[in-house]
Design a protein around this ligand. Structure first.
Ligand code: F0G
Length: 383
C-alpha cells in the first residue's frame, strides 16, 4: 500500500510554484513544514497586546532554514549534470550543503572562517564527508574566493547568489500564509547576506498576486524563474523588518563593513550578497532595518528558552530581540500580528548557550545520596 500522507519535502508540496519538471529527481530530506508557534508568556510579560509567532526553522533536517534553499539548489545541480557543489559559509549553509550533497551522492566543498563557526555546524560539515576548507579570513573573503574559484573548477555555487536557493526559501512565506489564512502584519528576520528576507518577500508577493507573475523588483534578478501559474490570493503583504547585529550592520551604516564582528557568528557578514534586493524589499514593503547589540541578542535567546521553551541559536534570536524592542517602543503597534523567523536551532552553538547560562543556570553538584538530592530539590523549588 502506498503511504499517501507521507510528507516528502517542500519541492513536492509546492511543485507547481517551483522551477522543477515532472521527471526532475528531487533531492530532499523532508525539509519545510516547520512549526509556527504562538508565543504565550512573552507578550504577557511585556504587557503588550500583540500576537507574536515564531517560525521555528531550526527544526529543518540540518537545523536551519538553509535546507529550504539547498533542496532546490542541489536538485537543480544534479538535474543539470553537476557533480560537485561549493559554498562559503558562517556554518549553516555548509552543514546543509554537506548533507544534501551526501544525499545526492555528489561532492561538497565548504569554505569557512577558521575558528569562527559554531561547534554544531562544524561537526555537521565534518561528519558528512564534505571537504572543509578553513580560511584565515572571514565569510566575506570566503564568498569572494568561492566566486573566483567557480570560474576555474567544475563546481556549482550553492550560496544564496544561486537563484534556486531563494526559490526554495520563499516557501516559508507560503507556509505562514496557509497557516494564518493571511500574511502577518509584520515579518521580522535576522539579516546577514539578506537572501532570506528577499526570499520571504518574493513568497509573500507571489501569494498576493492573481497571476503570480513577477510582482517584486526584488526578484527581477531571477530571470523569470519565480513566476508560477496562478496562486491563492491573500489581501495583504507584511511589512518586512530586518535586524542586524550592531557589529555587523552594513544596512544600518549604509555601506559595506570590512571587519564585522558579533557573538551571533551566523550573521557575521559585512558585505551582504543581496544588498540591492534587500533595499528593494524594505522600500516595497514599507519596512525598516534596525540593529541589536550582542547583549540584546543573547538576552532574547535566553528569554525565549526560559519563557517559552524554544531554543534557537544567537543569530536567530536577533529577530525576536529587535521585534520586542520595536513593540515596546511602539514602532510595531498593539493589535498587530508579528512573525519572527527563528533561523537556526540552539543546539548549533552549545558553547555560547553554556557560556551565557553559567551565572544563571540552576545547576548544582551533590553527593550521590538521597539526602543531598532531596535538599537540592527543596532548595530549588519555585515559590
Ligand atoms: N540566521 C542564521 C542562523 C544564519 O545561518 C544566517 C545565514 C542568517 C540568519 C542570515 O540569513 O544571509 O539570508 O540574511 N547564514 C549563512 C551561512 C551566511 O553561511 O550559513 P541571510
Amino acid at each position: 500500500m502506498p503511504f499517501r500522507n507521507r510528507y516528502t519535502g517542500l519541492i513536492d508540496r509546492y511543485r507547481d510554484r517551483l522551477p522543477v519538471h515532472d521527471d526532475t529527481r528531487i533531492i530532499s530530506l523532508g525539509e519545510g513544514n516547520t512549526p509556527l508557534i504562538r508565543l504565550n508568556n512573552i507578550p504577557r510579560a511585556i504587557g503588550k497586546d500583540v500576537d507574536i509567532y515564531v517560525k521555528y526553522e531550526g527544526l529543518n533536517p540540518t537545523g536551519s532554514f538553509k535546507d529550504r534553499g539547498m533542496t532546490m539548489a542541489v536538485t537543480k545541480t544534479v538535474e543539470e549534470g553537476g557533480k560537485a557543489i561549493i559554498c562559503a559559509s558562517t556554518g549553516n549553509t555548509s552543514a546543509s550543503a554537506a548533507a544534501y550533497a551526501a544525499r545526492a551522492g555528489i561532492t561538497a566543498f565548504v569554505i569557512i572562517p577558521d575558528g569562527k563557526i559554531a561547534m554544531g555546524k562544524l561537526a555537521q560539515a565534518m561528519i558528512s564527508g564534505a571537504t572543509v576548507i578553513q580560511i584565515r579570513g572571514n565569510f566575506d573573503e570566503g564568498m569572494r574566493l568561492v566566486k573566483e574559484v567557480a570560474d576555474h573548477a567544475p563546481v556549482s555555487i550553492v550560496n544564496s547568489i544561486n537563484p534556486y536557493r531563494l526559490q526554495g526559501q520563499k516557501t516559508a512565506a507560503y507556509e505562514i500564509i496557509e497557516e494564518l489564512g493571511r500574511a502577518p502584519d509584520y515579518h521580522c528576520l535576522p539579516v546577514g547576506n539578506a537572501g532570506n528576507i528577499t526570499a520571504h518577500w518574493i513568497g509573500y508577493c507571489e501569494y498576493s498576486s492573481a497571476s503570480g507573475e513577477h510582482v517584486t523588483e526584488a526578484c527581477a534578478f531571477c530571470d523569470g524563474k519565480c513566476s508560477f501559474a496562478g496562486g491563492s490570493i491573500v489581501g495583504n503583504r507584511p511589512t518586512m523588518v530586518g535586524y542586524q547585529a550592531s557589529g555587523s550592520a552594513p544596512f544600518l551604516r549604509g555601506h559595506m563593513v570590512d571587519d564585522p564582528d558579533t557573538v551571533a557568528t551566523a550573521i557575521r557578514i559585512g558585505h551582504p550578497q543581496s544588498w540591492e534586493r534587500a533595499w528593494k524589499v524594505r522600500e516595497e514593503s514599507g519596512g525598516w532595518f534596525a540593529e541589536c547589540s550582542d547583549e540584546e541578542i543573547l538576552e532574547a535567546q535566553k528569554l525565549l528558552t526560559r519563557k517559552e521553551g524554544i531554543f534557537c541559536e544567537p543569530a536567530s534570536a536577533t529577530s525576536l530581540a529587535g521585534a520586542l524592542r520595536d513593540i515596546r517602543e511602539g514602532h510595531i503597534p498593539e493589535g498587530s500580528s508579528v512573525v519572527c523567523t527563528l533561523t537556526g536551532h540552539g543546539l548549533k552553538d552549545p558553547d555560547t548557550a553554556i557560556a551565557q547560562s553559567k551565572e544563571t543556570a540552576r545547576m548544582v553538584t551533590v553527593d550521590a545520596d538521597l539526602e543531598s538530592v532531596q535538599r537540592a530539590i527543596l532548595d530549588n523549588l519555585a515559590d
